[in-house]
Design a binder for this molecule. Structure first.
Ligand SMILES: Cc1ncc(COP(=O)(O)O)c(C=O)c1O
Length: 399
């Protein structure tokens, strides 16, 4: 049957009808180990009882009111996020890219409100991914996502990954901010060294620029800290987060300090659905678990265990695996065979991985993943490598 969905995705011929924890059951009744979590979204796994209960309870009472009224669930979630982070204010969105749009607008408005409206240019890093709106693809600078979409909005200057000298050289009188993912996700689990994140903070302070972190993928405990900036011991001025925040319910957030957010006054920004009672009730339920005693430490422990297993796998199969990357439960296998083949072979072993750039297969399991599931994933990865021909050089041999 032909699909009525606009064909913008290369979908696998596979559908799921239920999930539990780190497991998904297909419409054919087969079980898959989900180390993709809907691209780092299902942070508490599938059908987490606390989330199901919170969603159902809120659905019985009230789904939506507009932001023309107070929304106690959003107030509570906002307060909890500011108390747990560098930020003073939160603006809720429906997606990561909408949070990024808000971050860009907030940074530009800061300079406008400071009497420097000429400062609007934002420095970004090659390999970045900030989402799919026009401003977000312009910021990301990936030619694949720009082609054919007409003139791009002005104001994004890209510098090579890891090149602080180029970053400094790109600063001009119109520069407003630096925007980076602490660990590039779509770009192939490429972590910006902590010393460079710290240097970016200094550069921003020295030049009166704002530092924006895109923690859409790295946020909400994924890297073994609530937010990845904590690893570097510095804080941004503005941050976008999403994905894991709603645990599967569309929910994002733009966070800002009071100072950086000073231009965002009544009437400057809005979102019909952003932060509605249903979404923020679920967000609060996610935080109940993620901020619970020992939860994030456990993510770090499970991440270390998985990484250790992957490193052992690499030692056994150096011709198939070039590198293991990442932090916490945001890990990547830099594969030698083409990553699409690697991910397809894993899927045949009923293990879900997510491809990324730089020929990297991402492992982004639910944060509730346990030791037994990690051991099972490693067994399935062994089988994946066997399927690829052991060395990874002889492809599809075990088919
Ligand atoms: C770092 C980063 N920023 C922004 C986005 C865009 O988020 P969304 O797809 O929710 O709009 C993504 C999505 O993958 C992301 O990984």
């Amino acid at each position: 049957m032909t699909s009525s969905l606009l064909p913008t995705y290369a979908r696998a011929k596979l559908a799921f009808e239920r999930g539990e924890g780190a497991w998904l059951t297909s419409t054919e009744g087969e079980r898959y180990l989900d180390f993709g979590a809907g691209i780092a979204v299902a942070s508490l796994g599938h059908a987490h009882p606390h989330l199901v209960k919170a969603l159902a309870a809120q659905a019985q009472r009230l789904w939506h009111v507009s932001n023309l009224f107070e929304i106690p669930q959003a107030e509570l979630l906002g307060r909890r996020l500011t108390e747990a982070s560098f930020a003073d204010f939160v603006f809720f969105t429906n997606s990561g890219t909408e949070a990024i749009e808000g971050a860009i607008k907030t940074a530009r408005r800061y300079h406008f409100a400071s009497g420097r409206p000429e400062k609007f240019r934002i420095i970004t890093i090659e390999g970045a991914f900030h989402g799919r709106t026009i401003a977000a693809v312009a910021a990301g600078g990936n030619p694949k996502y720009l082609e054919g979409f007409g003139p791009m909005p002005e104001g994004f200057d890209q510098v090579p990954f890891g090149d602080l000298a180029a970053m400094k050289a790109a600063i001009g009188p119109q520069t407003c901010a630096i925007m980076v993912e602490p660990i590039q996700g779509e770009g192939g689990i490429r972590a910006i060294p902590l010393a460079q994140l710290q240097a970016m903070r200094q550069i921003c302070d020295a030049h009166g620029l704002l530092l924006i972190f895109d923690e859409v993928q790295t946020g909400m405990g994924r890297t073994g800290k609530l937010f990845a900036y904590e690893h570097a011991g510095i804080a941004p001025d503005i941050m976008a987060t999403a994905k894991g925040l709603g645990g599967g319910f569309p929910l994002g957030a733009l966070l800002t300090t009071r100072e950086a957010g000073k231009g965002m006054v009544v009437g400057t920004h809005g979102s019909t659905f952003g932060g509605n009672p249903l979404a923020t009730a679920v967000g609060n339920a996610v935080l109940d678990v993620v901020l619970g005693e020992g939860f994030i430490d456990r993510v770090a422990r499970m991440g270390a265990l998985l990484k250790q297993g992957l490193l052992e796998l690499m030692a056994k199969h150096p011709t198939a695996i070039a590198e293991i990357r990442g932090e916490g439960l945001m890990l990547g296998i830099a594969a030698r065979p083409p990553v699409q083949e690697f991910v397809a072979a894993a899927l045949k072993e009923k293990l879900i991985l997510i491809p990324a750039a730089d020929n990297v297969a991402r492992l982004l399991p639910p944060l509730v993943v346990g030791e037994a599931e990690i051991a099972e994933a490693l067994v399935r990865l062994e089988a994946t490598l066997a399927r690829l021909g052991g060395t990874g050089l002889r492809r599809g041999a075990a088919e």
